[in-house]
Design a protein around this ligand. Structure first.
Ligand SMILES: Nc1ccn([C@@H]2O[C@H](COP(=O)(O)O)[C@@H](O)[C@H]2O)c(=O)n1
Ligand code: CDI
Length: 157
């Protein structure tokens, strides 16, 4: 069994939605990012890579690489899943916490669990999506950006 953790932040910018946990969430801001800026999936990718000491998302998908401009982060997640599969592991469970004042994550959490579970080939009850505000403190509290943390366990396939 192997444990991993990940963390990601993106600033809000102009836009009318964000991608979060593989789901399009309507919002009055977008995020500034090279890819689609899905903090939940980026944190989860880093947790999965970290569990096997495979580096981080920027090593596998460099921001300098034009192939990843505007990329769907679900492809990053599926690639990370393939990497762990090649090494004889699969995801046991993952727990993701999204940190922002808005948008409200709760109404979208089940769709995120199902999207992630589908990409990883695990049941939805292996994926937890939680959210918290920071009580209007700090950059998330001021609505300047969004953050996510993830932990995961990998088990032998
Ligand atoms: N972006 C968010 C933030 C929070 N929630 C839900 O609200 C609950 C209360 O948040 P506090 O920060 O006041 O503890 C939290 O437990 C989440 O269920 C949310 O859906 N989206
Ligand atoms: C995902 C990548 C892809 O180029 O770029 P961003 O969308 O900017 O996201 P970040 O969380 O900074 O991770 C780095 C990159 O791997």
């Amino acid at each position: 069994m192997r444990i991993g953790q990940g963390y990601d932040v993106h600033a809000f910018g102009e836009g009318d939605h964000i991608m979060l946990g593989g789901v399009r969430v309507p919002h009055d801001r977008g995020v500034l990012a090279h890819s689609d800026g899905d903090v939940a999936l980026h944190a989860l990718c880093d947790a999965m890579l970290g569990a096997l000491a495979l580096g981080d998302i920027g090593k596998h998908f460099p921001p300098s690489d034009e192939r990843w401009r505007g990329a769907d982060s679900r492809q990053f997640l599926r690639h990370c899943n393939a990497l762990i599969g090649e090494r004889g592991y699969k995801l046991g469970n993952a727990d993701v916490t999204v940190i922002c004042e808005r948008p409200k994550v709760g109404p979208h959490a089940q769709a995120m669990r199902e999207a992630i579970a589908a990409d990883l080939g695990v049941p939805a009850d292996a994926i937890s999506i939680k959210a918290t505000t920071t009580e209007q403190l700090g950059f998330t509290g001021r609505g300047e950006g969004i953050a996510a943390m993830a932990v995961c366990l990998l088990v032998r396939a």
